[in-house]
Each structure stands twice: as structure tokens, then as C-alpha cells.
Design a protein around this ligand. Structure first.
Ligand code: GDP
Ligand code: MG
Length: 326
């Protein structure tokens, strides 16, 4: 790799690697091309970037054709993709509408939602993607939905607390297991080959209705050990703040802000990392070559680490500011 690439190049490359959508990848590659110095030493890189743009353009065409045909492909955006699943009328669409700017159809009759509908939910300084889905039992959508759900970072089982809660969860888990999607939980079933383990939690919706109290007790005593459970009302708004926080916690991610020596930290666009990530892993997420070139980092946050040198193996905390030294 040529040595004299500017920081904007690595920023764009980071966006390139984070992008799931071919269109976003192309945009990032174009930025990389635009900011790289052009001379003999960068000829190969230049050609490589052009090749990648061509390849992603073909992909984009194919993908948009499939997506148009089925409407089921949802490209991941933000810090995590969270799928809302469950029986008809549980309030999945209402929940999406309450937490995002999306405008799904909400109605008393079943099967209002025919294809997945995404929306972005703000949590503090990041955005988490929520996706409303058609009811789990719907036969025609089952196969299409399977692939969509297998890609999720987290599955939220939404049920109606005015009805039998355990029955609704069991039905949903059955529908998921038909798609070979199983809960990723320590106390859950053993993961078999060909299965898609996914983080899951249960949201008991409509806690404003009369039967909700006793059904909530039944739900928490039956499933409270296996899954995080939360009671809320998408319509009245109760529990929504806790719900946002719970999604963030269960996603197991941290935000780390980067800063260059001598300048202020960029507090607008954190790196999103798995909980437990080290300084070295943060560097790698910015650029794969940083991992090797990295000598040490200076970290602010993490309690005692205020502007102190930290080793490559130092485990970062949510909210830390990191300055890499190579
Ligand atoms: N009482 C009450 N009704 C709700 C709540 N959330 C949704 N509903 C109603 O339940 C019905 C189904 O909601 P919808 O979001 O379309 O369910 P979906 O099929 O799971 O997407 C609609 O009539 C909503 O107005 C809630 O928190 N409380
Ligand atoms: Mg719906």
C-alpha cells in the first residue's frame, strides 16, 4: 500500500468496509479515488479502485432487481439491525412508528404489513435500524422472511399483553425455528449445525390494557430467565425509553471516538465496536494496516485512563476517546 495516503482516504475506506449496500460502497470508493495522490506509486491502487467500482455497479444492478421483485431485502444501516417479529396485531408496526420516522400501516385486521419496513431509531448519538416484518405465521412470506431474519443482529419478539403471552411467544419461536433461527442465549437450547443463532428479547406490548398486568407476570415467570423481557405500550409511549436502552445493551456494542494528535476528537461519528474490543481491534476497524503499524494509543475515559498511554491489548469502554500512534 502506498505510504502517503491522506486520512480522508482511510475514513472513506472505513465507510467502504462498513457499507452493506453496493451503492454506498461505490460512493465510498469514489471518494477514495478522489482524495488519493496520483503518481506512479499509486497506479496499481488506482486500477484496483476502478475495478471494484465496476464490480459493485454490477452487484447494485442485480440486487435492486431482486429487491424490487420481493421487497424483502433490507440493507443494514446504523449501529445494528433489529427485526420486530411476532403474531399479527401485536403492535409491531405501531412500535416502529413510535420509535422511528417510518410510516408503516397500522390496523386492527391481520396481515396489514406485507413486506419488511425499516426505520432508524435514535439512541443518544447513534442510530439503530428497526425493521417491521409481516406476521411470522404467514405462509407465503415464510421463506422470504427467513433470509431477512437470519441477517438480523437482534430479533425482538413482540407480543400483545392482553392475550395469552406464552402461547404467542411459543408460536413465534416455532416460526423462527422453522426458518432454523434459534435463540443465542446461554441457557437456551444447544446450537445445532445449520442453525442461525440470534440474539433475542421479548417485548410485551399494550401494557395499557386491563389484562396486561397478570399476563406480564405469566410472561416474566415463564420466559424471564431465558430472555430479556420488557413491558411497554407502543400506543401510549410507556416503557419506550427503557426499550431503546435495552436494545442498545443487548446489541453488545460500544462507541469509541477517534482523535488525531493535536486536534479535537470527532464526537459526531463514533466507531461502533463489539463490547470487549481492544485498542488494537479499534485500530483494525479503522484500517486493517493500522493493526500492524500501531505502536500505542492514548485513551481518555475508561476511568483512570485520562490521556494516558494504553497498550494494544487495552479493553475499551463505551464512550472512550482514542488517539492512535503509529
Ligand atoms: N391498546 C393498545 N393498542 C395497540 C398498541 N399498539 C398497537 N395497538 C393496536 O393494535 C392493532 C395492531 O397494531 P399493528 O401495529 O398494526 O400490529 P402488527 O400487526 O403487529 O403490525 C392496531 O389497532 C393498533 O392500534 C398499544 O400499545 N396499546
Ligand atoms: Mg404490521
Amino acid at each position: 500500500m502506498p505510504a502517503n495516503l491522506p486520512p480522508q482516504y482511510f475514513e472513506a475506506e472505513r465507510r467502504y468496509r462498513a457499507a452493506k449496500d453496493p451503492d454506498d460502497k461505490i460512493a465510498a470508493l469514489q471518494t477514495m479515488l478522489a482524495v488519493m495522490p496520483k503518481h506512479k506509486g499509486t497506479d496499481k491502487l488506482h486500477a484496483d479502485l476502478r475495478r471494484r467500482i465496476a464490480r459493485h455497479s454490477q452487484e447494485a444492478e442485480k440486487k435492486s432487481a431482486t429487491a424490487r421483485r420481493t421487497g424483502f431485502y433490507i440493507s443494514r444501516e446504523g449501529a445494528g439491525q433489529v427485526m420486530l417479529v411476532g403474531p399479527a396485531n401485536a403492535g409491531k408496526s405501531q412500535l416502529l412508528a413510535a420509535l422511528t420516522d417510518a410510516l408503516p400501516e397500522i390496523a386492527e385486521y391481520p396481515f396489514t404489513t406485507q413486506t419488511p419496513v425499516p426505520g432508524m431509531m435514535k439512541y443518544e448519538d447513534i442510530q439503530i435500524q428497526l425493521v417491521d416484518t409481516p406476521p411470522i405465521g404467514h405462509k407465503e412470506v415464510k421463506m422470504l422472511l427467513a433470509n431477512t431474519l437470519r441477517n438480523a443482529d437482534l430479533i425482538v419478539i413482540v407480543i400483545d399483553l392482553s392475550l395469552d403471552p406464552v402461547g404467542q411467544v411459543d408460536l413465534t419461536l416455532q416460526g423462527l425455528s422453522d426458518a432454523r433461527i434459534v435463540p443465542l442465549s446461554e441457557k437456551g437450547p444447544e446450537i445445532g449445525a445449520g442453525e442461525y443463532p440470534r440474539k433475542m428479547l421479548i417485548a410485551g406490548n399494550k401494557n395499557d390494557l386491563p389484562e396486561a398486568g397478570k399476563n406480564w407476570d405469566a410472561l416474566s415467570s415463564h420466559y424471564g430467565e431465558l430472555f430479556p423481557v420488557i413491558s411497554l405500550s407502543a400506543r401510549e409511549g410507556s416503557g419506550l425509553q427503557d426499550f431503546r436502552r435495552l436494545l442498545y445493551q443487548v446489541l453488545d456494542i460500544i462507541r469509541v471516538y477517534t482523535k488525531s494528535p493535536g486536534s479535537k476528537a470527532d464526537l459526531s461519528d463514533p466507531l461502533i465496536l463489539e463490547k470487549g474490543s481492544t485498542v488494537e481491534e479499534a485500530a483494525e476497524s479503522l484500517h486493517k494496516d493500522f493493526r500492524h503499524n500501531l505502536k500505542y494509543a492514548v485513551v481518555w475515559g475508561s476511568g483512570k485512563y485520562d490521556g494516558q498511554r494504553a497498550s494494544k491489548a487495552h479493553v475499551l469502554q463505551d464512550g472512550d476517546i482514542v488517539e492512535f500512534h503509529i
